[in-house]
Design a protein around this ligand. Structure first.
Ligand SMILES: [Fe+2]
Length: 271
């Protein structure tokens, strides 16, 4: 089911749920569409048919299967495919870090990272102030760092760049782990009213998975590595460097996911 998350005079943005917990975004304008990630070709086709849209562009955040598996199925639509070099045969425009592109009529700036998949791209639609973050920044959370030296550093650096954007920028991640992420945040900040309020809303299915950067800064623990309560909870020195706190948060979240999984008796792997 598609949920509209943004509207202005020339653009609407819809969030489409795909697979288990993936989020695809459809940008709609003048009878046309841009799609962020091709997680589910069938769901994307259904959306296009229902709204009678022509798919012009697919912008891919990274090459993990759960973000690209629809590319083959959508190939006959002849949409341009933007993305990192790993997309090989599908990509029509390879995208690098820190580029400014014109995608249809929209100005888009890229923020690259290599911490999650090795080649991750975020797309910042400058006019609408929406950042599509793939599996780097999630609602109230952070993507898993790959098992490589420097990966956590790369994600930390990407977060620092995101934090420099306008506070009203809407942050749209590639998965819905919102409730779990906020439950994790509460283990570190049990008295925090903003986290509690966002969690209550999320549990009622009323909470926006896409929030503004300002809301993320208030509820996403990965955005607040200077926070002294978090440092204390993690058993770190009060003068611990933000980068070290961020890495400790990533480790703590992995532990949290393990126990969460055991509790839920689920076998899913988080991205
Ligand atoms: Fe993913």
């Amino acid at each position: 089911m598609a949920k509209r998350i943004y509207k202005d005079d020339c653009l609407e943005v819809f969030q489409v749920r795909a697979l288990k917990d993936n989020l695809v975004y459809m940008l709609v304008f003048q009878g046309k569409a841009i799609c962020i990630d091709a997680s589910d070709g069938e769901a994307i086709r259904e959306f296009l048919a229902e709204k009678q849209l022509k798919l012009e562009v697919i912008a891919v955040t990274h090459c993990d299967y759960d973000h690209t598996q629809g590319l083959k199925e959508l190939k006959d639509l002849d949409a341009a495919v933007l993305g990192p070099s790993c997309l090989d045969k599908y990509v029509t425009q390879e995208v690098q870090d820190d580029e400014e592109l014109i995608v249809e009529q929209f100005e888009v700036a890229t923020i690259g990272c290599s911490g999650h998949s090795g080649n991750d791209m975020m797309y910042h639609f400058l006019g609408a102030k929406i950042l599509f973050t793939g599996d780097i920044v999630f609602g109230a959370g952070c993507g898993r760092a790959r098992d490589e030296e420097g990966a956590a550093d790369d994600i930390f650096d990407a977060f620092e760049r995101v934090k420099q954007l306008d506070d009203q920028t809407i942050i749209c991640g590639g998965h819905d782990y919102l409730v779990k992420n906020l439950e994790f945040a509460l283990t570190l900040l049990p008295e925090n009213p903003e986290v509690q309020a966002r969690l209550n809303k999320a549990r009622d299915a009323d909470g926006a998975i896409c929030a503004t950067l300002s809301e993320e800064k208030g509820t996403n623990v990965f955005m607040m590595p200077e926070n002294e309560d978090i440092k204390r909870k993690l058993g770190l020195e009060i003068n611990a460097e933000p980068r070290a706190v961020f890495k400790a948060l990533l480790s703590e979240k992995q532990q949290f996911n393990k126990s969460y999984k055991e509790k839920a008796e689920s076998v899913e792997e988080e991205n």
